[in-house]
Design a protein around this ligand. Structure first.
Ligand SMILES: [Zn+2]
Ligand SMILES: [Zn+2]
Length: 175
């Protein structure tokens, strides 16, 4: 499905098409549902946002994401078209030369991981009003600690595989 609605630019870090089954046998949403925006907000309500329609969640098990959030990051691949209100309440942390992470200054809710090169947003699934998502990929699976494991059957990429894929795309991955 991503091959149909996703722009040609691929995300260096988060990647929704990490397996050979990407796009296979998934129903194509009708155009009206594809274009409906999705809304979300932080815990205290100081920040709200609207994202283009997206369905795929990528899970990142890397140490940066787990330190940031206390557990693996479950982020919706939203693309660059996410709009925020309450921007004065958003704190931005430059977590690497190629990405930044943002959170609400008031309540601490994580708002996004953003790739600077592409402007793509990866927004935590739990911040959305909707739960209409699907866990589509998992990355940095070799960095996952042994104390949890997802039962979801998804494409799985190790750090090395992620790095190789990003290099092939001319980008960088990680924090
Ligand atoms: Zn807040
Ligand atoms: Zn991560």
């Amino acid at each position: 499905m991503w091959s149909i609605i996703r722009p040609a630019t691929q995300a260096p870090h988060w990647h929704s098409r990490v397996g050979s089954n990407a796009g296979a046998a998934r129903p194509i949403l009708d155009p009206s549902s594809c274009s409906s925006p999705m809304n979300g907000h932080c815990l205290c309500g100081a920040v709200s946002f609207t994202s283009p329609d997206a369905r795929d969640i990528g899970a990142c098990h890397c140490g940066y994401c787990r330190r940031w959030g206390g557990g693996p990051m479950l982020a919706v691949h939203c693309g660059p078209g996410v709009e925020f209100t309450g921007a004065q309440n958003i704190a931005v942390y430059a977590s690497s030369p190629w990405a930044e992470r943002a959170f609400c200054k008031s309540c601490g809710t994580h708002l996004y991981y953003k790739l600077l090169a592409t402007g793509e947003y990866f927004v935590p699934a739990g911040a959305f009003d909707s739960n209409d998502f699907e866990l589509a990929s998992q990355i940095y699976v070799d960095k996952k600690p042994g104390y949890y494991s997802f039962a979801n059957q998804t494409p799985m990429l190790t750090e090395q595989q992620v790095v190789e894929q990003f290099a092939a795309q001319g980008g960088e991955g990680g924090a």
